[in-house]
Ligand binder design. Structure first.
Ligand code: ADP
Ligand code: MG
Length: 275
């Protein structure tokens, strides 16, 4: 698309917030699908044992499916577990299965336990056929070893924040973990963007929360806000993202705008650094 200029390098973005139900999975799959619709080649890594991202991308993830569990615990190559979403040939998914629920504990006794995803991803990306523009990692709602593997593998952190009470609660703990990761495991990890989700403009509360988050993080919050929309919440039950399910709906339009912003913000940063 003429709207976006892809950088030619692979951007690895982890979508994290240790609170559940804030829109991590919804953001991961819809930003990924929107990026794919703009011509980008995108891999979603589903690190949540619930497998909601795999479901939304229409990718089978029954217990016997080769999955991210096998990558983390048995050192399977990512190529052996990747599936293509029926939605787009540009949209790939490394699915999660229920086995991943045990990985949090099993990883504790493994060698290089924090680096397992990073190592597997580097090996995958080293193969010329595996050219990707984006890798998006959907995290579980905790700051355990699965999320730490995501933080170690990624350069960028995208935090979805639900426009509700206590929106900022837990954020200092999240950012503290990021600083710990920067210091000990991955100096290139940085907060790349904050996305306000489930915004209901009719309520004072949502407006207040949005203002408060923008005051705290003036440079990080995307201009685009994701509205609360029934179409967004219905799409996964059809094994689809809202981009495919109802591309003209307000939620799909907003997620496409957010994806364009994510592409453009990075190009803007690169230009600043060059000058
Ligand atoms: P998380 O991954 O952080 O736990 P989810 O993405 O699964 O959060 O979202 C939590 C719930 O909110 C899901 O049922 C999802 O369908 C719903 N949801 C997320 N975003 C929206 C939205 N913009 N409008 C309506 N419902 C939403
Ligand atoms: Mg989730």
């Amino acid at each position: 698309s003429a709207e976006v200029q892809l950088s030619g390098t692979t951007r690895v973005i982890t979508v994290s917030n240790q609170k559940g139900g804030v829109g991590k999975t919804t953001t991961t799959v819809n930003v990924a699908a929107a990026l794919a619709s703009l011509g980008a080649r995108v891999l979603v890594i589903d690190l949540d044992p619930q497998g909601n991202a795999s479901t939304a991308l229409g990718v089978p993830h029954t217990a016997d499916t080769p999955s991210v569990y096998d990558v983390l615990i048995d050192e399977f190559p990512i190529a052996d577990v990747v599936q293509t979403s029926p939605e787009s040939p540009n949209l790939l998914c490394a699915p999660s299965t229920i086995h991943l629920a045990g990985a949090e504990i099993e990883l504790v006794s493994q060698v290089a336990r924090e680096h397992r995803l990073k190592t597997a991803l580097d090996e995958y990306l080293a193969i010329p056929d595996h050219r990707l523009d984006f890798v998006l990692i959907d995290c579980p709602p905790s700051l355990g070893l699965l999320t730490i593997n995501a933080f170690t593998a990624a350069d960028e952190l995208l935090i979805p924040i639900q426009c509700e009470y206590y929106a900022l609660e837990g954020l200092s703990q999240l950012l503290g973990t990021v600083r710990m990761i920067q210091k000990h495991l991955n100096p290139s990890l940085h907060l790349s963007s904050i996305l306000l989700t489930m915004y209901d403009g009719r309520t004072r509360l949502a407006q207040q929360v949005a203002e408060e988050v923008r005051e705290h993080f003036p440079d990080d919050v995307l201009h685009t806000v994701i509205p609360r929309s029934v179409r967004v919440s219905e799409a996964p039950s059809f094994g689809q993202t809202v981009i495919a399910y109802d591309g003209q709906s307000a939620g799909a339009v907003a997620y496409r705008e957010a994806a364009v912003e994510i592409v453009q913000r990075k190009s803007a940063t690169e230009t600043e650094q060059e000058s």
